[in-house]
Each structure stands twice: as structure tokens, then as C-alpha cells.
Design a binder for this molecule. Sequence first.
Ligand code: HEC
Length: 285
Amino acid sequence: MTTNTSRMKWVILVALSIATVPLLAHAAGEAVPIDRQKWSFAGFFGRFDQNQLQRGFQVYKDACAQCHGVSRLAFRNLAQKGGPVFNEDAVKGLAATYQVNDGPNDDGKMFKRPGRLSDRIPAPYANEQEARATHNGAYPPDLTLITKARGIEYHGSLFAHPFHIVKDMASGYQEAGADYLYALLTGYVAAPKDFKLADGMQYNKAFPGHQIAMPPPLIEGNIKFQDGTPATVDQMARDVTAFLHWAGDPKHDERKGMGLLVLLYLLITAVLLYFAKKRIWASAH
Ligand code: HEC
């Protein structure tokens, strides 16, 4: 009896210490818990909201493009179905305001010319070194694939983790990168009193380690949306996040639509096969 209870005590102790591992990692200044947001593009039936993508591009262009490129996107993508679907002539006009590298010409020289629809959107810096030199050694990464490159960590108990994973699979959760980006953009708060911030660094509650070299990029009142939506920091963060999520997955809507069609096709085939099987086997005995 006594050995049984003492064994139980050990089991409980070990269980508790395993369950608190994620909490300890948090205390050590690793990735912090991040809230999930509601996105129009979430889940199996989710689709991008075209107006939101248009606003998001405006935020990117006015508030991020001076430091970050989206260089895997071409101008023509901005006019394509499933994206912001800007008017093609407007995008042509926009492309022409950029100078892009081309060449070599007949004399073997590289040259610059106004952008065209087929060009990739030029990044603000020629290379990583130039970007770092401008930002005190910090590197503003290209944002085309940023929501794929970031995620959020699980912070609940270890025992609930497998259920959490299954739930995410069943609901088709793929928006962890977007949730992180939104949290980062809205995560600038005053540093706690005992926190030592290095020179030129900002405190951000979502950034791992909390010190980030990026100044708060979204400031209320700096942008006026063409569709009249109030440009609060929260709204701008949501819109630019949606835009960057689309930038990393421009075929998202088409892909999800095709997935549903395939499921429907398989369902119909399954029903037909069932009746075919019944017919074939009906005469067997
Ligand atoms: C003045 C320049 C500047 C502007 C404007 C700017 N950023 Fe940054 N950004 C940086 C720098 C520098 C870093 C690198 C930070 C670091 O490593 O500490 C960075 C890092 C990032 C990161 C990476 C964070 C991570 O998890 O590693 C993201 C995402 C990001 N910026 C998004 C944006 C978005 C979205 C906007 C526009 C709303 C924007 N930035 C505007 C300079 C800028």
C-alpha cells in the first residue's frame, strides 16, 4: 500500500515536470504564446477578400517597401485572379514608375529601363550586405514567403499536444505564420522596467527575445485607405498580413477550390462504385 502511494507520488511528480517544460521555455525568453486570429482565408472554404488584399498592398507599399522587398512577386500577379485584382492598366503604370535592371544590350552593357508587367517587383536593396549596412547590421528579410517562414509555438500542456495537432489537421489550420505576423506588427509596447534594450532596438512582445531592430512600421493616420476603411494600426496589420499571406501563396483560392472539386468527384465516384458493386455481386448467388 505504502509503496503504491509513493510510486503514485513519483508518477505525478514526473508528469508535472514534463507538463511544465513549455512554461519554462517561455520564461527563458523563447517564443511567446501568440493568439490566433480570424482570417477570411482560413479553413477548407476560406478565400482571400479582394478589398483586403488591395488595402494590404497599399500598406505594404507605403509602410514596408522602403525596407523589405516582395521580390518573388511579379507586377502582373497584382492584376491576376485570386489576388488583389488591380486594374491591369493601373499596374502597368505602377510598374513603369520602377527602374529595373536589364541587359546586356548590343554593346554588352547592363542597363536600366522602366518596369513592365512581367518584371518581378524590385527590392529596395541590391543585396543583403547593402540592406545590413543601412540597418545597423540587421537584415530586413524579403517578405514574399514570410508567413510560410514563421509560425507559432504550442504552449499548452504536453499531454494535450497530440489532440491539439489532430484538431489543427481536422480544421485545416495553416495560418500560424499570419497569426505571428499580425502579433509582431501589433506587438510594440513599452519595455518592462527591468528589461535592458540595446541601442536602436525596440521592444516587441511577439518577437522571440523581444528585441527587434525594426522600428514600429504602422502608425495610425499615416495611410488613408481608398475604400474608406479607417486605417487603425489593427486594421493595417490585418490587411498587410493578408496581402503577404497571399504573396506567399498566390494560387491559394484556386488550390482550395480544386481540392473541394476533387473531393466531390471522389464522393460521386464512391457512390457509383458502390452501386456497381451491388449490381455485379447481385447475381453471384
Ligand atoms: C525602416 C525599415 C523597416 C520598415 C519600414 C519595416 N521593416 Fe520590417 N524589419 C526591418 C528590420 C531592420 C528587420 C530585422 C529586425 C531584426 O532582425 O531585429 C525587420 C524584420 C521584419 C520581419 C521579420 C521578423 C522575424 O520574425 O524575424 C518582419 C516579418 C517584418 N520586418 C515585417 C515588416 C512589415 C510587414 C512592414 C510594413 C508594415 C515592415 N516590416 C516595415 C526594417 C523595417
